[in-house]
Design a protein around this ligand. Structure first.
Ligand code: SF4
Ligand code: SF4
Length: 183
């Protein structure tokens, strides 16, 4: 009988303690649980500081993806219609989130730091088609005061024109001027 009474008191004490302790539940979706800094959530396609897209359509992310979840269709940039520095950009970029295992290999493989797994974990969909996210959904907005893409580049021929200046980096070279001085 004494054992039973002790168990009852212990049980009541545990219940009482929980009644006065701080709740650990989050009132989701109004309050979202913070995630660790290295959490891998939904992907984003990043831009340079000057608003150009970092993605150059090289498809290395698609090649590295173990789940075959990424589709990239590259196309050529022109100085009249420029999306990214260099020759090519991603005309289409899609990720099938039903296949994705959030391993981060695409992020590791990307030579320009364009694709990044960010902190969005709200990935519920009503149909399978909505789980395929497109470039429009992935691409972040341009930095404040910067133009979006595509855009007309005023300095055709300058290979570095599209790349934001790098602190302490080499001076940009205008290949058109260089060719003219060598003639
Ligand atoms: S996180 Fe992994 S599985 Fe998902 S798209 Fe990137 S490489 Fe593929
Ligand atoms: S996200 Fe990176 S790896 Fe993938 S196509 Fe664009 S530049 Fe290449």
């Amino acid at each position: 009988m004494f054992e039973g009474l002790r168990a009852l008191v212990e049980g009541l004490l545990t219940t009482g303690k929980e009644m006065v302790s701080k709740p650990v539940t989050y009132q989701y979706p109004e309050i979202k649980k913070p995630v660790p800094p290295r959490f891998r959530g939904r992907h984003e396609l990043k831009r340079h500081a000057n608003g150009l897209e970092k993605c150059i359509g090289c498809s290395l992310c698609a090649a590295a993806c173990p789940a075959d979840a990424i589709y990239v269709l590259p196309a050529a940039n022109s100085d009249q219609e420029r999306y990214s520095p260099g020759e090519r950009y991603a005309a289409r970029y899609e990720i099938n989130l039903l296949r994705c295992i959030f391993c981060g290999f695409c992020e590791e493989a990307c030579p320009t730091g364009a694709i990044v797994l960010e902190h969005d974990y709200e990935l519920a969909y009503y149909d399978r088609r909505s789980a395929i996210i497109t470039k429009t959904q992935l691409l972040v907005a341009p930095p404040q005061g910067e133009q979006g893409t595509p855009r007309d580049m005023p300095d055709p021929g300058n290979l570095y024109a599209a790349i934001p200046p790098i602190k302490g980096g080499v001076e940009p070279v205008n290949i058109v001027e260089m060719a003219q001085t060598q003639v």
